[in-house]
Design a binder for this molecule. Sequence first.
Ligand SMILES: Cc1ncc(COP(=O)(O)O)c(C=O)c1O
Length: 368
Amino acid sequence: MTDKPIYVTQPYLPSLDEFTPYLRQIWDNKILTNGGPFHQQLEKALCEYLGVEHVALFSNGTLALITALQALRVSGEVITTPYSFVATAHSLLWHGNKPVFVDVEPETLNLDPAKIEAAITPQTTAIMPVHCYGNPCDVDAIQKIADNYNLKVIYDAAHAFGVQCHCGSVLNHGDLSVLSFHATKVFNTFEGGAIICPDAKTKQRIDHLKNFGFVDETTVVAPGINGKMSEINAAFGMLQLKHMPAVMQRRAEIDATYREGLKGVKGIRCLPKAGQIVANHSYFPVMVDADYPFSRDELYQRLKDHGIYGRRYFYPLITDFPMYRGLPSAARSNLPVATAAAQKVLCLPIYPNLSSDAQGRVIDLIGG
Ligand SMILES: Cc1ncc(COP(=O)(O)O)c(C=O)c1O
């Protein structure tokens, strides 16, 4: 048994002393929310950091996903992946859309473009892929299908903060991309999220929608929601941004150490990178194959017995939850790759403060 439990992740927190001056500013100016100064600063700073045109901050990624659907007036069926966090599909139900599940690619575990067309019906209006683990989807293939069938594309980019693909930020693909700044994410604001959008008009509509649909003091144009990020969260985001280079570098080191340390372990397969030019190393998934001496669940338990808490992420599949499993597209026979992945994948601990010692123990336990 190790001294202290090692969890799959640990939120990154700069020192409290560093945050105090930010709090003092909020206390001095008494603006707590509704697009205050830190909110404005963070939107601007994130545009620069991420290399995107417009950022609309949210109180969390789930409300951002729902608002993205509302902003683009998505109706009817939406094609999406079963291999994600449940919020992806939940956002569709909350917005009154019908999720249509399509299988994933075996290498990236992202929505398989080759299988999308067969799922399109006259009711399909959009595609909601996920850049799973921060590995970019095949954005060009997906856009081609969307153009052919006149579909909107909303990327659930909750895992893809800071990721760059062949043409710059991966967040510039599709009609909109949605980030999560939840405590477990590479960049966190405790809770938080954002919609990335390419034009000022859409950003304005999103800003109205996240504030109950108000466009001025007396005019409400849509049944918007309260999705606003508070000043405390935005101020914390400004501080977090300063630490991002160090956070990203440490994550990259941990990723490289796992790849090296697990290289010779028969039956353990690290997920290959999916062509990103800049990765964010947000997760470290491994596949536990049949030639490993233990099943994935046995390895999960073995690590747990030693105080190491990996995560079977994503297991169960979204399509196994009761509100989805009755849909024809949720049948396991329709989703063989995702079904197999959910049985094999284990995410290993990765976070900036993971010590080399602790990581060594994880590698030794898996290898030995
Ligand atoms: C893929 C994915 N989509 C959506 C969400 C929801 O984001 P939030 O927790 O900020 O609402 C998360 C994470 O929590 C996620 O991992």
